[in-house]
Design a protein around this ligand. Structure first.
Ligand code: KG4
Ligand code: ZN
Length: 363
């Protein structure tokens, strides 16, 4: 019997993405259309603009992913042979921007309903966490601690099983990725020079490599008294600290040496904060009586080597491996949505064609 094949669609943020994935973890087709350039001039994601880009792209993106997988090809006749070979349609149902979620959800529901296929609504965070299991043949077993650190989210949670999570810590203000991006802007690191797709955070990391992290004092967030025991995160203070340094002319973003030293100090403080709070989350898991098998780290910020080393230190202290999906599966993508759909299908979790998006959706 052939493995199950699922089409996944992701439109929760600024990627219009579709992928065809098999139950044994093979990616048969994948298309991801980023909107980075469209939002750059506004210095952040503009929800209405994101939705109209999804609307323009979703049809072609889904078609291209299916064609790569050999599904729906026209065979020269100009007419598609439908969704033959696809067993279910999975789609990000939330959390995310409402108008953007609607585009993917409408496309997925229509495809599933017309072809009589099961529909699987997926929680975006669950997809980030579960994709670490894809093609690993049980090597990443439940329960595990997941640490999601990206531009959209900064959180820790215990994954007990499919559809069973306990949220532990979350950011109280900015995401970690946001802090990297905003500090990069304070340092006048141009976004456009980062062709590798890592964004301003990756550019900041390159700059920090030559820097002296000790030259500027950079307070580690939530390190004092009451908040020291909380597993939550906070990144706005670091951003503000860099801002106040610049206002006080403590550094000059026109001087490469200053840029590098501030970047290095910020990166070290951010990594230390992530290490301390992830260690607290691991302790919480233990206090709950959960024996985690590994720590799964995902999100664009985990591609940062200082951050990765900090999380590896927590895993080592817990005596478990650190599992990081490859960067292309860490950033937003549709493979993770298709894979989460496969995991949910295996548990018999499908949804009615009438489901709506869920803009705010706790894990
Ligand atoms: O997971 P992701 O690709 O997209 C979502 O936000 O969902 O994460 C993007 C974030 C951006 O803020 C980007 O600057 C940051 O991840 N990032 C990094 C690095 N590469 C990407 N931050 C620090 N160091 C990096 N090497
Ligand atoms: Zn995401």
């Amino acid at each position: 019997s052939r493995p199950i094949v699922v089409l996944g669609i992701e439109t929760s943020c600024d990627d219009t993405a579709a992928a065809v994935v098999t139950g044994d973890g093979c990616v048969l087709g994948e298309t991801n259309r980023h909107q980075h350039a469209a939002h750059e001039a506004f210095g952040g994601i503009v929800p209405s603009l994101a939705a109209s880009h999804h609307m323009a792209s979703v049809g072609e993106v889904v078609r291209d992913a299916l064609r790569q997988a050999g599904v729906g090809g026209s065979g020269g006749s100009g007419r598609s042979d439908g969704l033959a070979g696809i067993d279910a349609v999975a789609v990000t149902r939330g959390p995310g921007m409402a108008a953007s979620l609607c585009v993917g959800l409408a496309a997925a529901k229509t495809l599933a309903a017309v072809h009589g296929l099961p529909l699987v609504g997926v929680h975006h965070m669950e997809a980030h966490a579960l994709v670490a299991r894809m093609g690993r043949g049980g090597a990443v077993a439940f329960p595990f601690l997941c640490v999601l650190v990206s531009g959209g989210h900064t959180l820790t949670a215990v994954a007990h099983g499919v559809n069973a999570y306990t949220a532990i810590g979350a950011t109280r203000d900015d995401s970690a990725g946001d802090a990297f991006d905003k500090v990069a802007r304070e340092l006048r690191i141009p976004w456009l020079t980062t062709q590798d797709g890592g964004g301003p955070g990756a550019a900041l990391e390159r700059m920090a490599a030559a820097g002296d992290a000790a030259r500027f004092a950079m307070p580690v967030p939530m390190d004092k008294s009451a908040s020291a025991a909380s597993p939550d995160f906070s990144f706005s203070g670091l951003k503000e600290h860099v801002r106040s340094l610049r206002r006080a002319n403590a550094f000059d973003p026109a001087i490469p040496r200053d840029q590098a030293d501030v970047a290095a100090a910020f990166q070290r403080a951010a990594a230390t904060h992530l290490r301390k709070k992830t260690a607290l989350a691991a302790r919480r898991a233990r206090d709950m009586g959960v024996a985690i098998t590994c720590i799964v780290a995902a999100g664009g910020v985990v591609s940062n080597h200082a951050v990765r080393a900090a999380l590896a230190a927590v895993a080592a202290a817990e005596g478990v491996p650190l599992e990081c999906p490859p960067p292309r599966l860490c950033a937003d993508n549709a493979v993770m949505v298709a894979w989460a759909g496969i995991e949910r299908l295996r548990c018999g979790l499908t949804d009615a064609y009438t489901i709506d998006f869920i803009q705010r959706w706790p894990l």
